[in-house]
Design a protein around this ligand. Structure first.
Ligand SMILES: NC(=O)c1ccc[n+]([C@@H]2O[C@H](COP(=O)([O-])OP(=O)(O)OC[C@H]3O[C@@H](n4cnc5c(N)ncnc54)[C@H](OP(=O)(O)O)[C@@H]3O)[C@@H](O)[C@H]2O)c1
Length: 315
């Protein structure tokens, strides 16, 4: 029998990709904010009690990094307190919790990829509240997997890919930060890797490989590293190579031509934001590879795959 999976945050970038992949391995109940508001702990308890899932998959989060600086209470409710309640309820019913976290738990002072055991030291409210969420889950005693990912983008939602394409229809010159280094990660790669891992765990049910044996934090980001500046250039290169684009591309550009001719590198100081961000937040996926034999493709390959989505067929 397929296990029951409760997917929370089904409308987000990662949530939407998971909602199309998870039905391969389980009976999925998917809840968006309308059906489950994570600022209401009693709603979380009720949902878990009613659905009694084997797996709780939390893809929801308060992800507005700058806004979080002035909405700390809401960010904490969604990113720290809600996962704590999920973990507590999971523990009660013997369910496992799968949760996502962020590269922004690190301060960026390293110059080589961060391991899971490197000390966290978030520089902003978002990172702090996400770290509190991780710690609450770890302290709960529930079987859990926490996947830390980074610089997430998709063909929907609010992200750097869609922002650059929109700006490229409006401005000839873009000024983009070059002194922040990370790994842009496509939502479908995160959902694909997560689904693969869950399939391994479900196949091994009763065998030597159960989720409780592998509970912990794992880094799950694209391989390689880049700056926002180089990522912007790569986006425009891909866009120039595939002018027909897919339906998402037409929506992102409102069918307008791209007029951007130059991308100028700037420093973080020249682009002040409310939240501070780490200068370097590349994560090592070594533990993920070792434990689950999951290899995350290079960021450039992931970006290319988005532009390879074929245009909609004419009726
Ligand atoms: N985005 C990134 O660059 C990034 C980087 C590193 C790690 N991550 C982590 O990766 C995971 C997935 O992120 P994502 O990029 O898919 O995020 P996303 O696209 O911003 O989606 C987050 C989802 O959470 C939902 N949500 C927010 N507040 C809620 C509340 N009070 N009750 C119920 N739902 C609520 C949102 O609902 P609405 O659709 O109604 O707004 C949205 O669907 C998160 O854990 C995030 O912290 C993301």
């Amino acid at each position: 029998m397929k296990p029951a999976i409760l997917l929370i945050g089904t409308n987000g970038q990662v949530g939407r990709a998971l909602s199309t992949m998870l039905p391969r391995i389980g009976e999925v109940t998917a809840l968006d904010r309308q059906r489950l508001d994570l600022t209401q702990p009693e709603e979380i308890r009720r949902a878990i009690h009613n659905f009694h899932p084997a797996f709780i998959m939390n893809a929801a989060a308060y992800t507005a990094v700058d806004k979080a600086e002035s909405e700390e209470n809401v960010a904490r409710a969604v990113n720290a307190e809600a996962p704590a309640v999920m973990a507590e309820e999971a523990k009660k019913i013997g369910a496992s919790l799968i949760h996502f976290s962020t590269d922004y738990v690190f301060d960026g002072s390293k110059t080589s990829p961060y391991d899971e055991d490197d000390p966290a030291n978030p520089r902003n409210v978002y990172g702090r509240t996400k770290l509190e969420g991780e710690r609450a889950i770890q302290a709960s005693g529930a079987a859990h997997l926490i996947f830390r990912t980074a610089w997430v983008y998709a063909t929907h939602g609010r992200n750097f890919l869609l922002t650059i394409l929109r700006l490229a229809t409006q401005r000839e010159e873009l000024r983009i930060v070059r002194d922040q280094i990370g790994a842009p990660t496509l939502n479908t790669e995160i959902a694909g890797a997560t689904t693969k891992i869950l399939a391994q765990i479900c196949d091994a049910e009763g065998g030597p490989f159960s989720l409780a044996d592998v509970s912990g934090i794992y880094h799950m980001t694209a391989s390689g590293e880049t700056s926002w500046y180089d990522f912007a250039n790569a986006i425009l290169e891909e866009a120039a190579k595939t002018p027909a684009g897919g339906p998402w591309f037409a929506a992102a550009t409102s069918n307008l031509p791209l007029i951007a001719r130059r991308v100028l590198p700037i420093t973080t100081n020249e682009y002040p934001t409310r939240a501070q961000r780490p200068a370097y937040s590349v994560l090592s996926n070594a533990r993920l590879n070792r434990t689950f034999s999951v290899q995350m493709p290079d960021w450039r390959k992931q970006l290319h795959s988005v532009f390879a989505i074929p245009p909609a067929k004419k009726p």
